[in-house]
Design a protein. Structure first.
Lengths: 189, 393
């Protein structure tokens, strides 16, 4: 399902659309909440609550960015609620520092998670060898150095790279549907 | 750095990795990196090889399949149940007549929103529970935090200019490039925050704390309709040709130009409309009345009984002045209002005591302790705080 269709279907209460949203965002939202709370189980429970809320309360969204904005905003609010609530308890052990209430923390956490999500999405479809080449490329290794490390010729490295980038771009086209690349603007994300 | 640029950073980083980023995007990325050492650190971290491996490990540490199963169990009726018959019908047509029509139906559905629509209130209540700062929700879902200092005006996608002055939003309608579609904005006032908005027709709205209102960025059709959950005071600009309608989930108030207060909190037993001047028509599912100034229409949400009585205007509209004015009001009702404002839980130690009343003016921004002290002095109750719970004796 493409972005716009997905939102229409989701708004209409389509289970498959909801599942697709869940599959795309459940893990990133869990990881996002983990930056606020130390308990991974609690983070997962909160994330589930958010998705449950979308379904049960039949929330309507105007676009994918609006949906994503809602998810991150809700995740942050729920996490902060927990932190504030647990402050009252004596055995309070969360990671909470005054920092985690700031916009900057929210932005950093958002960027780290969304980037991680996109990278993960790109990488998951690649072969181990292809992944290895991307890693080395990212580390700034030259073709010759990659060739030396993998004990293959520079020519083969170039060939590999061409194939890998073709694959990556195909993956990218697939996931871009869920990014709605060009305009994604949200004041508070 | 603009928020929308920050929002694009993850995608730009990804594009940069796969060498698909444009020079404009690279420029935005550099701008972001120049902003702080923190940002540069994050960028480096995101591009490190061990981080890529780390991301994979983190993703693998979460079992989304059993999470999905848990989720399905938690939804009482199960996920397979369709929501509404007619939507299924629409979907069937949409499936046959391909996507463009589906989109058309969807937008038509959005535009046709001119009467009671439960989803609107679900959405408003949801925004109210999720947003902790005064916020503006734009037509595309973008959330603008109004608490933060905002140097520039907000511009809606349809070109409407929204200015922010102190705690007031001002909509300026531009007659050029008039569009036919209605764009809705929502204004959300969280606990302890009163906000004001001047709509495109000049109507002034005071939005009480814990309230949200949805309105078009400009009024186009024959009626001016807004949706309210919570409490608001309206000074409606006169426009005999276009009646102004306030819809709440149980009551609809129709006016031509007048001032009135509407209280429609979702958890209250009554929905009340109090008329200060002019004339309003009240409609509910069951009945309707026309109010005269100084009168209040009261709807019992459970019995759907609509009644009217003379009202204490000064007291009812006092929230706008950021004061509470109580005139021989039952103490429990006083405390319930204060607990809502200060967000504390209340426990009565000896319930069933003979009712006490309180009269006086309390300032909303005083410390709760001071406010309670005033009440203690004026009555024979004692207040104690245990944690964030207020005990009343």
């Amino acid at each position: 399902m493409k972005g716009n269709d997905l939102i229409i279907q989701l708004n209409n209460g389509d289970r498959r659309a909801f599942k697709q949203v869940f599959d795309t965002y459940y893990k990133p939202i869990c990881l996002f909440i983990r930056k606020y709370l130390s308990d991974p189980d609690q983070s997962e429970d909160l994330a589930q609550d958010i998705f449950l809320g979308i379904w049960e309360k039949k929330l309507q969204f105007s676009s994918i960015p609006a949906l994503r904005a809602f998810l991150y905003q809700a995740a942050r609010n729920k996490a902060i609620n927990i932190i504030e609530h647990e402050k009252v308890k004596k055995d309070y052990q969360n990671k909470a520092t005054p920092d985690c209430f700031t916009e900057d923390f929210f932005h950093t956490n958002y960027i780290e998670n969304e980037t991680g999500r996109l990278i993960q999405k790109i990488l998951e479809g690649l072969s181990p060898r292809a992944r290895e080449i991307i890693y080395m490329q990212l580390e700034g290794l030259k073709n010759q150095e990659i060739a030396d490390k993998l004990k293959i010729s520079v020519f083969t490295v170039k060939n590999h790279k061409a194939t890998v980038y073709k694959q990556v771009k195909e993956n990218f086209q697939k996931i871009i549907i869920l990014i709605e690349s060009i305009i994604f603007y949200c004041q508070n994300l | 750095m603009e928020q929308k640029e920050i929002a694009k950073i993850p995608e730009i980083i990804l594009k940069e990795i796969i060498r698909e980023a444009s020079s404009e995007e690279i420029a935005v990325l550099h701008k972001w990196m120049e902003q702080s050492a923190e940002n540069r650190k994050l960028y480096k971290k995101l591009r490190r090889k061990d981080n890529l491996a780390f991301i994979r490990r983190e993703y693998n540490s979460i079992d989304s399949i059993s999470a999905w199963e848990k989720l399905v169990k938690k939804t009482g009726r199960g996920l397979s149940a369709g929501r509404k018959q007619f939507i299924l019908k629409t979907l069937k047509y949409a499936a046959v007549l391909v996507a463009p029509l589906a989109i058309a139906i969807y937008f038509h559905k959005q535009q046709a929103e001119t009467s009671f629509s439960p989803e609107t209130f679900t959405e408003l209540n949801k925004q109210l529970s999720e947003l902790k700062e005064p916020s503006l929700v734009l037509a595309n879902g973008e959330i603008v935090n109004l608490q933060k200092k905002q140097q520039e005006a907000i511009v809606e996608i349809d070109g409407t200019n929204i200015a922010k002055v102190d705690s007031t939003l001002l909509y300026k309608s531009r007659n050029s490039e008039e569009r036919k579609t209605i764009q809705y904005n929502s204004l959300v006032a969280p606990k302890r925050k009163v906000y004001r908005v001047v709509l495109s027709d000049g109507t002034r709205v005071w939005l009480n704390a814990s309230s949200a209102i949805k309105y078009p960025t400009r009024f186009i059709s024959g009626i001016r309709q807004v949706f309210l959950t919570g409490e608001a005071y309206f000074e409606v600009a006169k426009d005999a040709a276009r009646p102004f309608i306030v819809s709440t989930s149980n009551m609809e108030i129709e006016v031509l130009g007048t001032s009135f207060n509407v209280m429609a909190y979702p958890d209250e037993k009554y929905v009340e409309t109090t008329l200060v001047s002019g004339e309003v028509k009240i409609k509910t599912a069951q009945s309707g009345i026309t109010l005269n100034p100084g009168m209040q229409a009261k709807l019992n949400v459970e019995t759907e009984k609509l009644s009217q009585a003379e009202a204490n205007i000064r007291q009812i509209t006092s929230w706008r002045l950021e004061k509470y004015i109580f005139e021989y009001e039952d103490l429990e009702s006083v405390i319930s209002k204060l607990s809502e404002w200060y967000d504390v839980k209340v426990i009565y130690e000896n319930k069933g005591k003979k009712p006490t009343h309180f009269s006086g003016t309390l300032h909303k921004y005083d410390d709760i302790q001071e406010t309670l002290h005033v009440i203690e002095l004026a009555t024979d109750v004692k207040f104690t705080f245990r944690g964030d719970t207020l005990w009343v004796k």
